[in-house]
Design a protein around this ligand. Structure first.
Ligand SMILES: Cc1ncc(COP(=O)(O)O)c(C=O)c1O
Length: 401
C-alpha cells in the first residue's frame, strides 16, 4: 500500500545548498539573507517593500498594532477560518466581529459584512482560503460606502478615511486575480511560510502593503522592525558593525524576527516557485477532470479572471453530513492517504465558544464545514501517487453510502 502524507515540504538540493551557504557565512540570524528574501518577495508580489517575520500570525498582529487598532475597536473576520485570523484581534485588545459564510460558499456573506461596519470598525480581515483570492472589489465597495461612519483615531486612519482592508494571505502567496498579485490587492496582506504551505521557511511569514498616500514606506518598515525586535533601534546585524554598538529600546515589544538560516530556505524556494505553482495546477486539473461526474463540489482554482496559489484541494460531499465525511476520511487513511479538514469554524472551538460565539448563529459556515474534506495536493506527489489518490477516492465514493 502507498503511504501518502498530507503535505510534506518539497525541499531540493537548491534549498540545502542555500542553507549551507548561510550556515558557513558566519551570520545565521536576521541579516543579509533575510533582507535579500524580503526584496525578492516584494518584487514577486509587485510591491515596494516586504517584511519577513517568524509567522503569518506575527506579521498580522504587528500590522494591527502599526495601524493603531486596539481597545474599543472592532475588526470584522469570517467565522470560516483558522484561529490565527481572529486571535490576533484579542491580542491587541480589540473585538472580533464574526461573519457567517454566504450560503453555499466559503467566502464571507459580504452583505452581512457591510451591515456589521459601524463607528467602532477599524478593519476587515478577509481570508484567501485555499489560495483563492476573495472578492475584494465587493469588500472595497462596502468600506467605501460606509466611509461616513468611519471614526479615525490616529493620523494613518485619518489619511485612509475608511476601514482598512487586510488580507489573511496565509494560503495565497503567488495567487493572482484580474492581473494583480496577492499582496497588491488588499491594503495589507500577510503570508505564511509555515511547513505545510506551498512555499516554506519551516516557520515564517511576510507582511506587504499597497501604496497609499497615508503610508510612509520607510517609516512603516522601521515600525515592523522595532515591534519585532524588543522595540530596539538596531538589530544584531547593524550592531555588529565597527563603532555601532550604541542602541536604545524605545518600547517594551515582542521578538518575532526571521533568522537568515530560515530565509535561505525561502530564497531557494522562491527561485523554484513558478514551477511549483504550475505543478500544483497540473494536479488540480487532473483531479477536476477525474472527479467531474462525482456528487462533489470543488473550488474554482483557475479561470479567465484568476489563478489561485493552488494551496488546498477542497471537496464537499453534496447532501452528506459530518458522519459520512469522517467515515470517508478514515477509509482514505486506511488506504494510506492522509486527508484533512479545513476548517472547524471558529465558534465550534472552545476558545471562541467560551467568548460567547455559538455555531447555531453561523449555519452556513457549519453547512460548509460538515461535509468538507481536503485531499493531498503538493509537489512531492508523483503522477502515480495522484492516480492512486484518484482511484482510492472513487472507490470510497462507490463503497460508502
Ligand atoms: C488561514 C490561516 N491564517 C493564518 C495562519 C497562521 O499562519 P502561521 O502559522 O504562519 O502563523 C494559518 C496557518 O495555517 C492559516 O491557515
Amino acid at each position: 500500500m502507498r503511504k501518502i502524507p498530507f503535505s510534506p515540504p518539497d525541499l531540493s538540493q537548491a534549498e540545502i545548498d542555500e542553507v549551507v551557504k548561510v550556515l558557513k557565512s558566519g551570520w545565521i540570524t536576521t541579516g543579509p539573507e533575510t533582507k535579500l528574501f524580503e526584496n525578492k518577495i516584494a518584487e514577486y508580489c509587485h510591491v515596494n517593500k516586504a517584511v519577513c517575520l517568524s509567522s503569518q500570525t506575527s506579521c498580522a498582529e504587528l500590522t494591527l498594532r502599526i495601524l493603531g487598532i486596539g481597545p474599543g475597536d472592532e475588526v470584522i473576520v469570517p467565522a470560516y477560518t483558522y484561529t490565527a485570523t481572529a486571535s490576533i484581534i484579542y491580542h491587541v485588545g480589540a473585538k472580533p466581529v464574526m461573519i457567517d459564510c454566504k450560503c453555499g460558499s466559503y467566502e464571507m456573506d459580504y452583505d452581512k459584512m457591510e451591515a456589521a461596519i459601524n463607528r467602532n470598525t477599524k478593519a476587515v480581515i478577509a481570508v484567501d482560503l485555499a489560495g483563492v483570492i476573495c472578492d475584494y472589489d465587493r469588500i472595497y465597495e462596502a468600506v467605501e460606502r460606509k466611509k461616513n461612519v468611519f471614526n479615525p483615531k490616529n493620523e494613518l486612519q485619518e489619511k485612509f478615511g475608511r476601514v482598512f482592508v487586510i488580507a489573511d494571505g496565509a494560503h495565497a502567496f503567488g495567487a493572482r486575480r484580474h492581473g494583480k498579485m496577492c499582496g497588491e490587492i488588499a491594503d495589507f496582506t500577510n503570508f505564511s511560510f509555515h511547513a505545510v504551505k506551498n512555499m516554506t521557511t519551516a516557520e515564517g511569514g511576510a507582511a506587504v502593503h499597497r501604496l497609499h498616500d497615508g503610508i510612509d514606506e520607510e517609516d512603516m518598515y522601521k515600525q515592523y522592525m522595532l515591534l519585532s525586535l524588543h522595540g530596539q533601534t538596531k538589530d544584531a546585524y547593524q550592531k555588529n558593525k565597527v563603532a555601532a554598538w550604541e542602541y536604545d529600546v524605545v518600547d517594551t515589544q515582542y521578538k518575532c524576527n526571521m533568522p537568515d538560516v530560515l530565509a535561505a530556505l525561502g530564497v531557494a524556494q522562491l527561485s523554484r516557485y513558478e514551477k511549483i505553482l504550475e505543478r500544483r495546477h497540473e494536479l488540480i486539473k487532473l483531479y477536476n477532470e477525474e472527479f467531474k461526474d462525482l456528487p462533489i463540489q470543488v473550488l474554482n482554482h483557475c479561470d479567465e479572471t484568476h489563478r489561485s496559489s493552488g494551496h488546498l484541494y477542497f471537496v464537499r460531499f453534496i447532501g452528506k453530513d459530518a458522519e459520512y465525511r469522517n467515515r470517508f476520511y478514515n477509509m482514505m487513511a486506511e488506504n494510506g492517504i492522509m486527508c484533512n479538514v479545513h476548517f472547524k469554524p471558529l465558534p465550534m472551538l472552545s476558545a471562541y465558544s467560551k467568548k460567547g460565539f455559538r455555531i447555531t448563529d453561523f449555519p452556513n459556515a457549519y453547512n460548509m464545514h460538515k461535509n468538507q474534506l481536503t485531499l493531498p495536493l503538493n509537489t512531492t506527489l508523483s503522477d502515480d501517487d495522484a492516480w492512486y489518490i484518484i482511484s482510492t477516492f472513487k472507490q470510497c465514493i462507490n463503497t460508502l453510502k
